[in-house]
Design a binder for this molecule. Structure first.
Ligand code: NAD
Length: 463
């Protein structure tokens, strides 16, 4: 007889393992089906390996700044093989950790491809055959894959995706990155710092086009200091790869040669085609369609994370996992405001935002007052030679409330949680004590400036 569970989760990434653990915490019997490594894209081919490489690159960048700090360091250079093995060890450690966590929560794991045959029935297909499991509820957390441009598909060698970019055998002399979004900008920082000549080609008129315009403009300037060339409003018309070199042709007629071409133009949601067909699962054209309870069109089947394609963020998947897990175990929860899921980009300098940005407010006709504070006026940032960047705090003029914060600067990915906690808090900013000197004070200054009460920002000109 087939094993039977209260909940079967398909996919062991941040969405899947978090959902499985939460269901187990609620007392449910849980199975987790994963066809590759536990931890999914985030742990194996995304967030963690990229941060490991960025960590090494950041260290190298700081070492290069040593003379500015009154230090003499010589002979600092990247050892790519060691950077790679360090990254691999970090990934392996966290993979083991997640596997252990899943086991300690008494979740039964199945290795193989999970296919939903019918509501309540999952088949796990592996090299050793097929196993059938019964489930009262099913949570699909099947993730995403790098988006391919059909006219110049990935070849895995010269035209690569972020997966290969994280594990190149050697530092390339040159790289063209197609797409100036999150992945493009983060990988540009890694490679430019270790010595690759990097050119970013972005189709829209700015880097990180989902952020406000000033962010992308500031990043173009900061990237120039790292030796990164940013070509915005530029379309790639062709990529021809031969003999380990690629020729990237731009719409204007210009061509760039590079050893590697990283295509980073987004991610495509993944859902098993057989599952879709077997149970008549509705999609929205790009991903599995769900409502705020993370319910799909089929009763007893939930979907979360990159498979539903709302945030394409690991912590977005965590949030959705909790909602699906609650609902699959008898609860009744709905996802909160997606705007309040922080966005963090680990570039040099970092970018982070939460809530509505200025562009979104403008689109929604919200009149705003924008508080600003610069990192160059923050004592700790200047002392650390990290005076680049700015905080903007966006206040709705009508309600008087802060609705969003956008930041560029060192450590802003750590400060964005404070911004999130402050949005909607009834506490007045002037009553919240920030330790001095800290980088976080720049957030307080920007926030106070939005109310015209910053002590360290000059008064606004009247008129
Ligand atoms: P993205 O959506 O962030 O950026 C893709 C960029 O490519 C956009 O700026 C887009 O305008 C541009 N583009 C699209 N087609 C193009 C073309 N033909 N030529 C030139 N430019 C083109 O996607 P991504 O950077 O690939 O990242 C994928 C997903 O992974 C994102 O949703 C991202 O949020 C997530 N991710 C997040 C983090 C993080 O949170 N730090 C890190 C990596 C990835």
């Amino acid at each position: 007889m087939a094993d039977s569970f209260d909940v079967v989760v398909i996919g062991g990434g941040p969405g899947g393992y978090a959902a499985a653990i939460r269901c187990a915490q609620k007392g449910a019997s849980v199975a987790l089906v994963e066809k590759a490594e536990m931890g999914g894209t985030c742990l194996n081919r995304g967030c963690i390996p990229s941060k490991a490489l960025l960590g090494s690159a950041h260290f190298l960048m700081l070492a290069k700044h040593a003379p500015l700090m009154g230090l003499e360091i010589s002979g600092v250079k990247p050892n790519w093989a060691k950077m790679q093995s360090r990254k691999n060890a970090i990934v392996a450690g966290f993979c083991k950790g997640v596997t252990g966590l899943v086991q300690s929560n008494k979740i039964k794991t199945f290795e193989g491809r999970g296919i939903v045959k019918a509501a309540g029935q999952v088949v796990v297909e592996s090299a050793s055959g097929q196993t059938e499991v019964q489930a009262k509820n099913i949570i699909l957390a099947t993730g995403s894959k790098p988006t391919e441009i059909p006219v110049f598909p990935f070849d895995g060698e010269t035209v690569i995706s972020s997966t290969e970019a994280l594990e190149l055998a050697a530092i390339p002399t040159s790289m063209v990155i197609i797409g100036g979004g999150v992945i493009g900008c983060e990988m540009a920082c890694v490679y430019a710092t270790v010595g690759t000549k990097v050119t970013i080609v972005e189709a829209l008129d700015n880097l990180l086009p989902n952020e406000d315009d000033w962010v992308g403009k500031m990043m173009v300037k900061e990237f120039r200091k790292l030796g990164i060339q940013s070509l915005v409003s530029q379309k790639v018309t062709a990529v021809q790869a031969a003999g380990g070199v690629a020729k990237v042709s731009l719409e204007g007629g210009e061509a760039i040669e590079a050893e590697k071409v990283l295509v980073a133009v987004g991610r495509t949601s993944v859902c098993d085609a057989e599952t879709i067909e077997n149970i008549g699962l509705k999609t929205n054209g790009k991903a599995i369609a769900v409502n705020g309870k993370m319910e799909t069109s089929v009763a007893g089947v939930y979907a979360i994370g990159d498979a539903v394609g709302t945030t394409y963020l690991a912590h977005g998947a965590f949030a959705e996992a909790e909602i699906a897990a609650e609902n699959a175990t008898g609860g009744d929860e709905t996802m909160g405001d997606y705007n309040l899921i922080p966005r963090a980009v680990y570039t040099f300098p970092e970018v982070a935002s939460v809530g509505k940005n200025e562009a979104k407010c403008a689109r929604e006709g919200i009149e705003t007052v924008v508080g600003k504070a610069a990192f160059r006026s923050n004592g700790r940032s200047v002392a650390h030679n990290e005076g680049a960047g700015e905080v903007r705090v966006i206040r709705d003029k009508a309600s008087g409330c802060v609705v969003g914060v956008t930041m560029v600067g060192a450590s802003v990915t750590e400060m964005v949680q404070t911004a999130r906690a402050l949005i909607g808090s009834s506490e007045r900013i002037e009553d919240v004590s920030f330790a001095h000197p800290t980088v976080s004070e720049v957030l307080k200054e920007g926030w106070e400036d939005a109310f015209g009460i910053s002590l360290h920002v000059p008064p606004r000109k009247k008129g």
